[in-house]
Design a protein around this ligand. Structure first.
Ligand code: BTN
Length: 243
């Protein structure tokens, strides 16, 4: 993982270039990194603010796993990022389902996983990761100032982006090897140990409406299970969660 690195000072989106490289046969583990993105993409068609001082990267994977297991890789990446942050700072971040990494309740990292498949076979999975590293509060646009943070803001000093990337790649490789050998179970246990939403009362805003209840766990596919006040259990595939 990370043996081939395609580094750029500025890109529209590392995600876009990673798809292109994957289409032209880039090897598993190829990493696209940019210092700055002019059209960073977030989940649910949102834009992702990616000025210099952050880590913007997309990892190309070609796992031989059934298509419906691809979302598990998002949770795996989240665990690797938490471990990398713990290694390179004195911070202990938490994970909010499905893929936000929080420090003191504020978002420091987002993950966007996209898959290309032919028939039922995975052609490539592109894991896009944005980590706010050395931003100061003024660097964030007004609409996310209250909800976003950076490693440097939380640590009180600048953090080396290279160290975070290196540590992430090391942890990702260990976890990915474990995943290919033993499946999602060991990854799920680690993920759960970092998750803040589990056991809490949450509000889940989905495309079809809002649900309230207790987050009681995730399934082996990474689906969130929510128990409402009537005791009914709902499977949440995609939503924004408030705790
Ligand atoms: C989210 O909305 O939480 C996911 C944000 C993902 C941002 C990263 S930055 C690197 C990669 N390139 C993009 O354009 N987006 C992802």
């Amino acid at each position: 993982i990370g043996k081939n690195i395609s580094y750029h000072e500025s890109l529209a989106s590392t995600q876009k270039l990673a798809h292109k490289l994957a289409d032209s046969g880039a090897e598993e583990g190829t990493l696209v990194i940019a210092d700055e993105q002019t059209q960073g993409k977030g989940r649910l068609l949102r834009t992702w603010h990616s000025a210099k001082t952050g880590i913007w990267m997309s990892l190309i994977l070609r796992p031989r796993i059934p298509m419906q297991q691809a979302p598990q890789l998002t949770l795996l990446a989240a665990v690797a990022i938490v471990q990398a942050i713990e290694d390179t700072t004195s911070i202990f971040p938490t994970i909010k389902w499905p893929n936000d990494i929080l420090i003191n309740g504020k978002k420091v990292t987002g993950i966007l996983t996209e898959m290309q498949a032919e028939a039922d076979r995975i052609h490539s999975v592109i894991i896009g990761i944005g980590i706010n590293v050395n931003q100061s509060l003024e660097d964030f646009p007004d609409d996310i100032k209250e909800t976003a943070t950076s490693l440097a803001l939380e640590e009180g000093e600048p953090i080396s982006r290279t160290s975070v990337i290196q540590s992430f790649l090391k942890h990702f490789e260990i976890l990915y090897t474990l995943f290919l050998k033993e499946g999602f179970k060991p990854i799920k246990l680690l993920w759960e140990s970092y998750a803040v939403s589990l056991g809490k009362e949450i509000k889940a805003s989905t495309l079809t409406g809002v649900l309230y209840g207790k987050a009681i766990g995730i399934t082996d596919d990474g689906v969130l299970l929510l128990k409402d006040s009537l005791g009914e259990i709902h499977s949440i595939y995609s939503a924004d969660i408030e705790i």
